[in-house]
Each structure stands twice: as C-alpha cells, then as structure tokens.
Design a protein around this ligand. Structure first.
Ligand SMILES: *Cc1c(COP(=O)(O)O)cnc(C)c1O
Length: 406
C-alpha cells in the first residue's frame, strides 16, 4: 500500500484492511459463441457431460475477491506448485436445479449447501466469502444454463432429471511450503443428469422399478474417524475410497458400506457417498427410521436432514406412523433385526441418488444380510420418501420454502 500524507496514513493504520468480498453487481458475462447440442435425456451418465458456461471468481490476498465471471466452459491455467495439487486444498458442494411447474428452475434448500461450503472452506483455512452473494451468482448461472435441464420432446419437465450443480473451491497459492493457501479459485460447473441408478423396467416390467443396490461392508479402510474431516465435503475424503470401491466392484458389489471399529463393535457410517437409513418394525406396529448421528464422522446431508424433518412433521408421508431418530447403529444390531424379522428396509440418501434402496450387505467373511424383496425394487417407506422429496424438489408440493426459485 502506498504511504500517503495526513489523514490517509492515519486511517489506513487504524482500520484493519477488509478484503473485497464477492460482488454480484460486478458480474461479467461472456456467452459462448457456439452452444453444444443438448443430448437426449436417456443418454446421460452421471457427471459426464458439462454445460456451455461456468462461473469463476478468484481470490488474491492483495485485492480480495475478483469480479465474478460467467464465461464459456474451459481449462484453467494453474501453477504446478499450487496448493490444490500438492496438498489437496479442495472442497466442493453438490446441488441440483429442477425445472418447476412454470418452467422456472428451482434449487433445493441451497442455503444448507452454502452453510456446509462455509464449514468446508474454514476447515481447509481457505479464504472466506459471502455465501449470499455466491448463491445469487449460482442462480444466475443456472438461469444461463436453463436449456440444459433435461425435458421431454414437448418441453416439459421430466421427473427424476435435473441439472447437477457443482460449486468447487481450490487453493492456488504457488508454494511448496506446507501451510494455508491465501489464494483461491471458486468456480461452479453444471452437468445435466438423470436417475443415478438407471431405472430398469426389464424385471417383470414393473412401472417405477428401481434396482436395489448391494453393499460390501468394509472396516479395513476407514472413511472418517473422530476428530477427522468426514463431516466436511473435502476432496481428500473421497480419493482414498477409490481403491476400496474398485475392490468392491470386482467382488460384484455396487457400493461400500463404510464401517468404523470401536473395540469389538462395527459402527455403521455411510453408504458410498450417501447417508445410511434403516427402517425397522416396532413392537407397537409403527416404524422406526434410523440414521447415524452427526458425530463428526458423518457428512451432514441435506437429503438426510430433510427426510428426518419430513418423517417428524408430515403425518401424510406414509400410511404407518414413522418415528425418525439419529442413533448409533452397529452391524450386530442390523443382523439381529434381520434374524428377528424386524428389518424392513435399508436405503442410502443423497442429492445425486435421492433415495437408493439396498438389497444386500455382504461381509468379507462371506456372511450376508439380505433385506426383504419388494416388487418395485424399492421398499414402500423409501419409495414414499423418494416420491415426496421429488414432489417438493420439482415444485409439485410446496413445503416450508424448501424449493427456491432461481
Ligand atoms: C454429499 C454427501 C452425502 C449426501 O449429502 P446431500 O447433501 O444429501 O447430497 C452423504 N455422504 C457423503 C459422504 C457425501 O459426500
């Protein structure tokens, strides 16, 4: 900073320098001269297609947050020394934009994603920013990319299809020094998406059939641990699971059931990158739906929180009364419910899959837990929850302001 005479010196010395925050009014839009053709919805594979534009904002400790830019999707030029490459100073969010009844895009509880992003950014000691400003820019990007939200030939919304939105932050300080990155790029890319686990109509041609997935229970590799980073969406939480995932697929399983050993107990954590739920028959005829508590090892999912809230306060959700709870679950407990006939359903929940039914859990020693089979693949409790969440996300049912117009 230049030293000036008189008051200027006095003021700059007495006031801490507040770095410039993100300012949506400074948005610079550069639209792509050639837009990509929209692929047919049935051809979409999760996360493989990107849209025409991206939102980019960068932080420099000297100048603060740059003017935001929406510009054609393209490569970054980044120093090979950058913190993100060397020390994985990367975090992200996953949210979806749905086409509402009046063809206006809707985001689902986006302030929960913004709060979680803030906690991830703080955990990595990356530069902070106003998430209100950032969210308003995400809405502008979604409106810019609205034509990518999959629809039927008549132009109407297709249930189960949406635009996946991936806010990402990377540390770009050029230094091999092991320490916080005071430079960063915050960006958002979008990907059109359909049902995460492709719907199969083959099996008896049951309409709405959802193929349940199988899980390999794993405790040799641990996804998260007390005092670790499992409660944040940090990139470094996911890559160590790829080897485990590959091993599970080679053994014929779809996903991993992440466990954590505490003495003799195997504590249930998550399903791949989804939160775990079990539905259990109670002695009074009602149904308990139980998910592990947020003890620092569990990712605080927006879908998880929404299901707990709906099960608690929406009496029309299911024909039998549901009692939601957050309690620690062990594999011994699951096996006991299974052998006593109380185990009704197991499902994983998250933004990408919404609700994924689980048919089978296999253990390394060859032991198995099988979940009762349902004609639709998905059990009645998971199906009711999935339908209600989709109805709210796609704007057919209004619930507590959860669907937010762009
Ligand atoms: C993102 C994520 C979830 C699901 O969170 P949502 O907010 O519901 O999408 C669950 N577990 C892990 C490990 C995740 O990364």
């Amino acid at each position: 900073m230049a030293i000036e005479k008189g008051n200027a010196v006095h003021e700059s010395q007495s006031k801490p320098v507040v770095p410039r925050d993100i300012d949506p009014s400074k948005l610079k839009m550069t639209l792509s001269p050639s837009l990509s053709p929209i692929p047919p919805p049935t051809s979409l594979k999760f996360g493989e297609q990107h849209t025409d534009h991206m939102l980019v904002i960068s932080y420099d400790p000297k100048t603060g947050w740059s003017d935001p830019e929406i510009k054609p999707y393209g490569n970054f030029e980044i120093d090979p020394m950058s913190s993100c490459f060397q020390y994985a100073t990367n975090c992200f969010e996953g949210m979806k934009a749905y086409l509402g009844p009046n063809s206006h895009p809707l985001l689902f509880r986006p302030t929960m994603n913004m709060a979680r992003l803030t906690s991830s950014v703080n955990r990595l000691s990356l530069p902070s920013f106003s998430t209100t400003a950032f969210l308003s820019l995400i809405k502008t990007l979604v409106l810019t990319e609205k034509r990518w939200i999959p629809r039927d030939p008549a132009g109407n919304a297709l249930t189960g299809y949406s635009l996946y939105v991936r806010p990402t932050m990377i540390g770009t300080k050029s230094s091999l020094g092991v320490g916080p990155s005071d430079k960063a790029i915050l960006y958002v890319i979008c990907s059109p998406t359909g049902p995460f686990f492709p719907l199969e109509t083959g099996l008896g041609n049951v309409p709405g059939y959802i193929k349940p997935v199988s899980l390999l229970a794993v405790s040799e590799h641990v996804r998260a641990w007390p005092g670790g980073t499992g409660a944040h969406k940090l990139a470094l939480n996911y890559s160590p699971g790829f080897l485990t995932q590959k091993d599970a697929s080679e053994k014929g399983y779809d996903q991993i059931l992440w466990l954590r050993k505490e003495g003799e107990e195997e504590i249930i954590m998550e399903v791949g990158a989804m939160n775990f739920f079990v539905a259990v028959k109670r002695d009074d005829g009602d149904i308990d739906i139980i998910t592990p508590p947020l003890d620092g090892t569990i990712l605080p999912g927006v879908t998880r929180a929404s299901i707990l809230e709906l099960a608690k306060s929406d009496s029309s959700l299911f024909s039998t009364k549901l009692h939601p709870s957050e309690s620690q679950l062990t594999t011994a407990q699951l096996k006991q419910w299974s052998s006593s006939g109380k185990l009704l359903e197991i499902f994983g929940v998250g933004t990408a899959a919404i609700v994924a039914p689980i048919a089978l859990i296999g253990f390394q020693q060859g032991e198995k837990i099988t979940v009762p089979e349902y004609e639709q693949g998905i059990g009645p409790v998971a199906s009711a929850i999935r339908t209600r969440i989709l109805d709210i996300q796609e704007g057919r049912i209004e619930w507590d302001g959860w669907a937010v117009p762009c």
